[in-house]
Write a protein that binds this ligand. Structure first.
Ligand SMILES: NC(=O)N[C@@H](CC(=O)O)C(=O)O
Ligand SMILES: [Zn+2]
Ligand SMILES: [Zn+2]
Length: 432
């Protein structure tokens, strides 16, 4: 068993720097000037130590679109971004709607070994929204699937949604909903507002999201099932969640917000560059501010990247032909530091909560999102809070290069990531 000494770290950015000794897979000791014969030493120079990040919403594109991303390249991006666990969405080709596919993704994740890859199972066969997939079989598979989602598509039929909530309840599963009423978004290209109107782009109205969120909160309450709302994008959705949580404070409804919805607005449409095309679309300033507030006060539980790599030919084309989605894994922390920490809305305990602890709890992971303390699993990220870096999509580990943050300077650099005591990333390089 190897021993790793992390010198001069500040757990949660609090207090004087201390040393953290990792022995095998656990944190053995935390104290001043630990003097040991460690196999590896990381000089952290006062970096903030947090539990490794957990991403509830990642698209790894394997199987089917290995030209956009693979389990391997996505795992590299995750480790470099500070993640120790990711949930791989089911909208692959073939769709992850059965035990064979989820076990394949799970095994590839283990073989690569840089991050725990948890496959998400589809709710309905082929993501078609017509009949439930074999949820129980995926649950009982080696992959032990617990989170189910038709992401990319909304489970729009209320009866199917009800059955999914009822059925997953029987084994402690979660239904993660991509909230988009399809009748209101047929042909939609961008947030329905002045900017889309000026450019002649068909609008994606806020109530298409909000109506489904309200409906599904009511269904979760009625069935006792567990609901997670993917990529919350509007102020109205935050208000509905706030109302629901004040009424039914039982933790059966949770929600995530993406980094891009915390920072970018539909002002970006002016360039007509499909790099900014994403689903749900970039909204308004008022939405962005409301989402930051909702994340700070716990109305929105966590940050999830919705990392959605695409091949160049699917992005370098006219707006309406381009696929929606943006890279997220390596830029998430920087955006959260910029929008939430520098603005004073979250401290580092708060960052640990929204990027690690809550997502781990929502997905039922017991070995992630734990305290930075002796005896705990050594899933850790070290962050230099002051170091800034410039985003260069071509230099990110993902195969796709569709980052809307190209050229931006972001604060908060990942110094190192440790998965069960093993260094998976250090100084911008994957280690294995
Ligand atoms: N977010 C996106 O714009 N795209 C996602 C699907 C999704 O998350 O809905 C994708 O798979 O590319
Ligand atoms: Zn989605
Ligand atoms: Zn997605």
């Amino acid at each position: 068993m190897s021993r790793v000494l992390l010198k001069d770290v500040r757990p949660y950015g609090e207090g004087e720097p201390v040393d953290v000794l990792v022995d095998g897979e656990v944190i053995a000791e935390i104290g001043a000037d630990l003097d040991t014969d460690a196999d590896e030493i990381i000089q952290a120079n006062g970096a903030v130590a947090l539990p490794g990040f957990v991403d509830l919403h990642t698209h790894l594109r394997e199987p089917g679109r290995e030209d956009a991303e693979t389990v391997e390249t996505g795992s590299m991006a995750a480790a470099l971004g500070g993640y120790t666990a990711v949930f791989a969405m089911a909208n692959t080709d073939p769709v992850a709607d059965n035990a064979v596919i989820v076990e394949h993704v799970w095994r590839r994740g283990r073989e690569v070994g840089l991050v725990d890859v948890h496959p998400v199972g589809a709710v309905t066969v082929g993501l078609k929204g017509e009949k439930l997939a074999e949820l129980g079989t995926m649950r009982r598979s080696v992959a032990e699937v617990r989170v189910f989602s038709d992401d990319g598509h909304c489970v729009h039929d209320p009866l199917i949604m009800r059955r999914a909530l009822e059925y997953t309840k029987s084994f402690g599963g979660v239904v993660a909903q991509h909230a988009e009423e399809p009748r209101l978004t047929a042909g939609a290209q961008a947030h329905e507002g002045a900017n889309a109107a000026r450019l002649g782009l068909a609008g994606w109205p806020a109530p298409a999201e909000e109506a489904i969120v309200a409906r599904d909160c009511l269904l979760a309450g009625h069935t006792g099932g567990t609901l997670h709302i993917c990529h919350v994008s509007t102020e109205g959705t935050a208000e509905i969640l706030r109302w629901w949580k004040s009424r039914e404070a039982n933790g059966r409804v949770s929600a995530e917000v993406t980094p891009h919805h915390l920072l970018l607005t539909d002002d970006r449409l002016a360039t007509y560059d499909p790099i900014n095309k994403v689903n749900p679309p970039l909204r308004t300033d008022a939405d962005v501010l409301a989402l930051r507030q909702a994340l700070a006060d716990g109305t929105v539980d966590c940050v999830a990247t919705d990392h959605a790599p695409h091949a160049a030919q699917d992005k370098d084309c006219e707006w309406s032909a381009a696929k929606p989605g943006m890279l997220g894994l390596q830029t998430a922390l920087g955006i959260v530091v910029q929008t939430m920490v520098r603005s004073g809305l979250l401290d580092w305990r708060g960052v640990a909560r929204v990027m690690s602890e809550r997502p781990a709890e929502i997905a039922g992971l017991t070995n992630q999102g734990r305290l930075v303390a002796a005896g705990e699993p050594a899933n850790l990220v070290l962050v230099d809070p002051d170091a800034e870096w410039t985003v260069r999509a071509a230099e990110l580990a993902s195969l796709g290069e569709n980052s809307p943050f190209e050229g931006m300077r972001l604060p908060g650099r990942v110094v190192a990531t440790l998965l069960r005591g093993r260094i998976t990333a250090h100084e911008g390089k994957v280690t294995r």
